[in-house]
Write a protein that binds this ligand. Structure first.
Ligand code: SF4
Length: 1021
């Protein structure tokens, strides 16, 4: 029998389930929980508790034991799943059965996307035939998309067949096996041995999980607690489908009398009324606060300041406080800041193996094998400065650092001989011989054996044990080292098994490829740590708050695009395709599911607070406050946002950094100078900028000066000139008005700009020789030879003009660039075979002498655009423009916002009478692929890669740009705003992450003068 308990927000039925479970014998019942934390909590009560995966395993074992002797199936890891798919896709490609995916299949990330799609399709419980039938009934598909569907179905069929043939299964396969075994058991008249099962902490189940629950409920009592209230559909979007499904065959039980959670009136009001259609605003009590801060840095500081003050006053214990964020990676500086303020944080019980010092030591060894020249030397420097070297080799890492700083080594052998001479470390000499003996190419098994042997040779557990006995490291440090060694060895034994089922397991790889595979596998393994501190505050992601309970909760990052955070689902099918597929009975997860999940996480964060909930955010021109802030405000009549400043007076400073800033702001230069020589001078200018002193804030207000600046700026604009103003007006002022050049990278290495110019020149020459041609696979060898020759010639030209220094390092770097071009050529041939687009021009300049004016009228002013379009392709009468990027490419959402180049070039191409410009995009040279390109809707689908047709409108909403006229209007609006700000003299420094790198204005803009010095001191930074 299936019993469904709908749990309203803020309630926790765990105790009810514990009581029920304890009425049965231990082995007759099980509690199935959504997280290890809830499993642990139940086990503390003496109840058998497992996750859903463990339940599926137990079901399979029980059923197969009754149905036959045994069912021999093995679960494969995600890595093995990807390797199997790689084999299948390679084979289908060779047989010419994947024309749609052909050009994409070799790209980095494709196999991962394919594996994730297979998992999503598998979780629907669909068979290969069902998928094919659904696709066959999908109306309105273009021929290209029909081909894509056919290929997805084919890959899925082959993949399932492979798993069945080899008696192996992936995660959805495990659920499928469990459901099939249960059905077979029931048919054979058997039954499971449990009397009652309790499911808790889940807000949704996928189709296969639902099938298992339904089948189990035919053999025993199954209780499911689902967060759901029928009157609040807006809050329970994530649970809606699961509720509907369960209600087809469940008995809805009345909620047992659960004592009301002890919350303040305002917090009770939030959990009862958020997204309720009947909500009525009430006066707020001090239990709820909303803070607005200037930026992320101040947001974290304001929260930690307050926590620190409370801990000092002993008004609350650290373990009664939670700091919650939507995604931990957005707040990576939080732990360091906690240390700065002396706020204890609960150490994590587990961490990725890849992040452990032991694994990093192993990875650093492998890194030294494949490289050459300066890169190899750098890898040896990184290896010899690993924190564990003091234990492993007894090496003085300070001496190594000193040597590396004093000399620019391009040959690792001379570096090592200097290290040996200075340190006299004999162990290093022996270890080096072992590393030199690692083969450049070997099988996965051989590499794992060698790496395992090297790790054993370090004798890390024994050495850590001795240091612990001598009192040099803590017991926790010793245990974590031993544990990491054991897990790394276990990974080295398991990895060859992942490859056992696929071709690459039998082939040789180079050491870099092996290191990458090992690193990836270690990233997926977690290491159980022995935390030093269980008494600190909890720092948690919002996804981990099911039934959490704290006296005080601070929720940070409540701003658009951060919380709520909407993840893009697998790109192979977009959201509208997913809607169609759901209607055809294949419910793949979509962004809409993400919205439902996100509000569930937010509600959990609110419900976790008993006495005080503080919601914080900062807003900037990119993102406003989260819509959740508005929703909370609407629940109260008098709740107001407190605009907080993290600025403190000298006497109130709670950390060294706060003290430095406070001294700087109050002009106490003597005290600053005593803390650190030179700090006072830096702080003086910082203070002036903070106070927005005229003459220091980048906003000239003298009319004559403004006119001169305006003349200097002129009416001619390139995309980079406009983009510089868009990103930082002060940098624009220094670059285009003061005419200062970007800081050049020092050293023998080629800087990114030079490298980009070199690659552009090579591609210009190569494509220039093949205008209008289709490149064929059969010509590959010949084309590559031609490309190599052009590359060598261009390198020589650059060297002759002093554009590069042909030293040892360049020799190595040159070969890396050659490889990059080879990868580009492979992609280019594949793209060429995919469609009718052929290059018709390269490096086409516009807006300069003799090549046609491109004018744009903006609010009565005419400006002239100039630039150079890397490449134009043509198909029929339509044109497509391409910009090559050797570094990162702008994102789709940046189009016509921070990315002005692409829309400007599209406009320029159209103005220069190139006919019908269908779209354009970026070609990433480092990834050897075309990124999602802008296409006008009419032309969408005419290029065989991902496209989009939208830009932000005046209200910041995303809207389709239907034709060139609309694109021109968008440009007039966006550029009009920039020109207006320039005219008014707005040249304020606008800091962004790492903006000071190569910025000619970094030394004068006074951007975080003090903090930058601090960051430079960080030896790990
Ligand atoms: S360092 Fe950053 S804030 Fe300063 S001028 Fe350069 S880009 Fe602007």
């Amino acid at each position: 029998m299936l019993h469904l308990l709908c749990v309203p927000s803020g309630s926790d039925l765990s105790d009810t389930f514990y009581q029920k479970a304890l009425q049965h014998k231990f082995e007759e019942t099980m509690l199935v929980a959504s997280s290890e934390a809830l499993v642990g909590k139940a086990r503390m009560q003496g109840i058998r508790a497992v996750t859903f995966d463990a339940l599926a395993n137990a079901v399979t074992e029980q059923c197969s034991a009754q149905l036959r002797d045994s069912l021999v199936v093995r679960k494969i890891s995600r890595k093995a799943q990807e390797l199997i798919l790689q084999d299948i896709i390679d084979r289908l490609l060779q047989e010419g059965r994947l024309p749609y995916f052909g050009r994409l299949a070799g790209k980095k990330g494709f196999i991962r996307s394919a594996a994730s799609l297979m998992e999503q399709v598998g979780s629907c419980g669909a068979t290969a035939e069902e998928i094919e039938t659904a696709f066959a009934h999908w109306d309105g598909r273009s021929p290209a998309y029909r081909q894509k569907d056919r290929e997805v179905a084919e890959i899925y069929r082959e993949y399932l067949a492979y798993l069945i043939q080899n008696n192996i299964y992936d995660m959805s396969g495990l659920y499928r096996v469990a459901a099939e075994e249960l059905a077979a058991l029931r048919k054979a008249g058997g039954t499971v041995t449990w009397k009652a099962l309790y499911f808790t902490g889940f807000y949704r189940f996928d189709a296969l999980q639902l099938a298992i629950i339904r089948l189990l409920s035919q053999s025993c009592d199954v209780w499911v607690a689902l967060p759901y209230e029928p009157g609040r559909p807006e809050l329970y979007g994530a649970a809606e489908d699961t509720y509907g499904d369960l209600m087809q065959y469940a008995a809805q039980e009345r909620l047992p009398a659960v004592p009301a959670a002890e919350r303040t009136a305002s917090l009770r009001h939030i959990v009862r009324n958020l997204r309720s259609p009947d909500k009525q605003p009430v006066p707020a009590d001090p239990g709820i606060e909303i803070w607005q801060l200037a930026d992320e840095h101040e947001e974290m500081r304001a929260v930690l300041r307050e926590i620190r003050q409370q801990l000092r006053g002993k008004t609350v214990k650290p373990s009664e406080i939670a700091v919650v964020v939507r995604r931990m990676e957005e707040y990576s500086g939080m732990r360091d800041l906690c240390d700065e303020y002396g706020v204890p944080v609960q150490a994590e019980d587990s961490a990725a193996l890849a992040a452990s010092p032991v694994f990093r030591f192993v990875a650093a060894i492998l890194e030294t094998v494949s490289l050459h020249g300066r890169e190899k030397t750098e890898s040896w420097i990184a290896f010899l400065t690993q924190p564990l070297q003091k234990i492993v080799l007894g090496l003085k890492t300070e001496t190594v650092i000193q040597l590396a700083e004093e000399h620019y080594y391009t040959d690792y052998r001379s570096f090592l001989s200097d290290v040996l001479e200075k340190t006299g470390c004999e162990a290093l000499d022996r270890f080096r011989q072992e590393i030199d003996a690692i083969p450049a190419k070997a099988g996965i098994q051989e590499y794992c054996d060698i790496t395992g042997r090297l790790l054993s040779l370090t004798k890390l557990p024994e050495k850590a044990g001795r240091l612990y006995r001598e009192g040099q490291i803590t017991l926790t440090g010793f245990k974590n080292t031993v544990c990491a060694c054991r897990e790394t060895q276990s990974l080295l034994q398991k990895l060859p098994q992942d490859y056992r089922f696929c071709r690459s397991g039998k082939q040789t790889a180079d050491c870099a490829g092996f290191a990458e595979a090992l690193q990836e596998a270690a990233g997926r393994m977690s290491l159980s740590l022995r935390p030093e501190n269980r008494e600190g505050i909890a720092f948690l992601p919002a996804v981990d708050l099911e039934y959490a309970n704290f006296k005080q909760v601070y929720v940070l990052g409540l701003r658009e695009n951060e919380f709520p955070f909407y993840k893009d689902e697998n790109w192979i099918y977009n959201d509208s395709e997913r809607d169609d597929l759901a209607a055809l009975g294949i419910p793949l997860p979509s962004s809409a599911d993400g919205y439902g999940e996100d509000i569930h996480f937010f509600m959990n964060a609110c419900a976790a607070a008993r006495e005080r909930l503080v919601l914080t955010y900062f807003a900037d021109e990119e993102h406003n406050a989260s819509p959740y802030i508005g929703e909370i405000l609407s629940l109260f009549t008098d709740l107001e946002v407190k605009v907080k400043k993290a600025e403190t007076a000298v006497g109130d400073s709670l950390s060294r950094e706060e003290l430095e800033l406070a001294l700087a702001r109050s002009g106490q230069t003597d005290a600053l100078e005593q803390m650190e020589p030179g700090l006072a001078e830096s702080a003086g200018s910082d203070r002036k900028r903070l106070q927005k002193s005229a003459g220091w804030n980048g906003n000239p207000d003298d009319t004559m000066l403004l006119q001169r600046i305006s003349r200097q700026i002129g009416d001619r604009f390139s995309a980079s000139k406009l983009e510089t103003y868009r990103s930082c007006p002060f940098k624009f002022l220094v670059t285009y008005v003061w005419k200062q050049k970007e800081a050049e990278a020092a050293g023998e290495d080629m800087d990114a700009g030079q490298r980009g110019s070199l690659l552009h020149r090579v591609l210009e020459k190569f494509i220039g020789k093949h205008l209008g041609e289709k490149l064929r696979e059969s010509q590959h060898a010949e084309l590559q030879k031609e490309l190599d020759e052009i590359f060598d010639t261009v390198c020589q030209e650059f060297a002759d003009k002093g554009g590069l220094y042909p030293g040892d390092f360049w020799q190595h770097d040159k070969e890396q660039q050659r490889l990059l071009l080879h990868r580009w050529l492979r992609s280019e041939i594949a793209y060429s075979g995919q469609g009718e687009w052929r290059p018709v021009s390269t490096e086409k300049a516009f807006g300069r002498k003799d090549n046609g004016e491109v004018a744009l009228d903006i609010n009565g002013r005419r400006i002239y655009l100039n630039g150079k379009i890397d490449r134009i392709d043509r198909a029929g009468d339509a044109f497509f423009i391409t910009d090559y990027k050797s570094g990162d490419t702008p994102k789709q959402k940046e189009f016509a916002d921070t990315d002005l180049q692409l829309p400007l070039y599209l406009f320029a191409a159209a103005t220069q009478n190139e006919g019908n410009v269908a779209g354009g995009g970026y070609y990433s040279l480092k990834d050897a692929e075309r990124k999602a390109s802008f296409m006008f809707p009419e032309a969408a689908g005419t290029v065989p890669w991902k496209t989009f047709s939208e830009a932000k409108d005046a209200n910041g909403n995303t809207a389709a740009v239907t034709d060139m006229k609309e694109l021109q209007a968008t440009l007039q609006r966006v550029l009009g705003e920039l020109l207006e700000r320039m005219a008014q003299g707005d040249f304020s420094p606008t800091p962004a992450k790492d903006c000071e790198r190569n910025c000619p204005a970094a030394a004068v803009c006074r951007f975080r003068v003090i903090t930058r010095d601090r960051e430079e001191e960080d030896p790990n930074g």
